[in-house]
Design a protein around this ligand. Sequence first.
Ligand code: IDP
Ligand code: MG
Length: 140
Amino acid sequence: MATERTLSIIKPDATRRNLTGKINAKFEEKGLTIAATKRLHLTKAQAEAFYAVHSARPFFNDLVSFMISGPVVAQVLVGENAIAQNREIMGATNPANAEPGTIRKEFAESIEANSVHGSDSPEAAANEISFFFAEIEIVA
Ligand code: IDP
Ligand code: MG
């Protein structure tokens, strides 16, 4: 295993319910370091660009509307095996299928409003981190 970086987003359903601290506690308890953090309200164009890989999916327009419905917190998480580790801490996309103790099992409202995003590969992590952060802002 190697030290990795991954991109996390705390989604609008979670910021609306003031869950940022509880979600960050789960990352830190599992040994991930929050190496960069930024709260922002995405524009439609920004959300469409971030989720461009899903542009052909039937839920794309709803997903974009949801992601611009309130503030998000974009973060770089750093640690051993951070990409897979974060996906494990998040739980399955659909909270109905998520394992106990995961963020989505505990906090998600639905398959769409599922509280967190996490990069799914090293390539996605690199692209998604550079979407939000400059190197100088990432301090592990
Ligand atoms: P992931 O976030 O677990 O990686 P993806 O398949 O990459 O899941 O989907 C991106 C996001 O799109 C999900 O986190 C969720 O917010 C939304 N989404 C995925 N599948 C559905 C669906 O079937 N209906 C509505 N929204 C969905
Ligand atoms: Mg995904």
